[in-house]
Design a binder for this molecule. Structure first.
Ligand code: BTN
Length: 237
């Protein structure tokens, strides 16, 4: 298999966090190296949140990229990874949506999240971590999350094999990464799968409408008849 992302895949039963593992080895491992595990004792999510990493219930993996892009392009890279993941699910007949900036939704609930972290050594080392809910049943999620989260088992009734699913995901993420380096975000695909499109949000205390994303990966909102491009920290849904 001649792919970059996932050219080497390491497996552990348990790690503190697959992102932490990769960040610690960014200087010695090749671009494309990937690690996955069954359980994370300190799985982390975006904005300092914890990522629930129940033993054997989810697919928790991270891979290392060394793109020659500027810092401000990293959010776009993460969107491309989300697109690759969504295309992988399409190939399995699972109709996911992409929620800007980097979540995967299925039937209106969050199925997967992505956390990109950067380490600058002699160049950019971007660790992209992905958590996918596979075998969770409704009662496995804490009450505050259960209204918003779902798993492949809950939505499809099927038990997906972690290793096989990881292979499919890595193949699609790899293709999307190659596309991204040449041409950027596959915006046509994103527009077809945009979970937030047309939804209302709050920006600076005002109600606005989501109108899509720009090629640079900003969210486009409509506020009082004007279109604005904004960053992820600036808006609430
Ligand atoms: C989010 O939606 O907040 C992002 C969640 C990212 C979770 C994954 S699980 C594998 C990798 N290791 C971590 O510690 N976090 C990411």
């Amino acid at each position: 298999m001649n792919r970059l992302v996932g050219k080497e895949v390491f497996y552990y039963e348990s790690l503190d966090s697959t992102n932490e593992y990769m960040l610690n080895r960014a200087g010695t491992l090749d671009e494309g190296s990937c690690v996955f595990c069954d359980f994370q004792s300190k799985g982390r999510g975006r904005q300092g949140r914890e990522w629930l990493s129940l033993n054997g219930k989810g697919l928790y993996f991270s891979f290392l990229l060394k793109p020659k892009i500027s810092l401000k392009e990293i959010p776009r890279l993460t969107i491309s990874v989300a697109i690759g993941i969504s295309k992988a699910f399409d190939s399995l007949g699972i109709k996911t949506m992409v929620k800007w900036p980097n979540d995967i939704y299925l039937n209106g609930k969050k199925l997967a999240g992505i956390l990109s972290e950067l380490k600058i050594l002699d160049g950019n080392n971007v660790v992209v971590g992905v958590g996918i809910n596979l075998l969770h049943e409704k009662g496995d999620f804490p009450e505050d999350i259960s209204r918003k989260a779902t798993s492949l088992l809950i939505e499809t009734g099927e038990t997906y094999d972690r290793r096989q699913l990881l292979e499919v995901l890595l193949n699609y993420i790899d293709k999307e990464y190659v596309f991204f380096l040449k041409r950027g975000i596959d915006i046509e695909y994103f527009n077809r799968k945009d979970f937030l499109f047309g939804k209302s949000a709050t920006y600076k205390g005002e109600k606005v409408l989501v109108r899509g994303i720009s090629r640079d990966g900003f969210l486009i909102i409509e506020s009082g008849g004007t279109l604005l491009e904004i960053n992820s920290g600036e808006v609430e849904f």
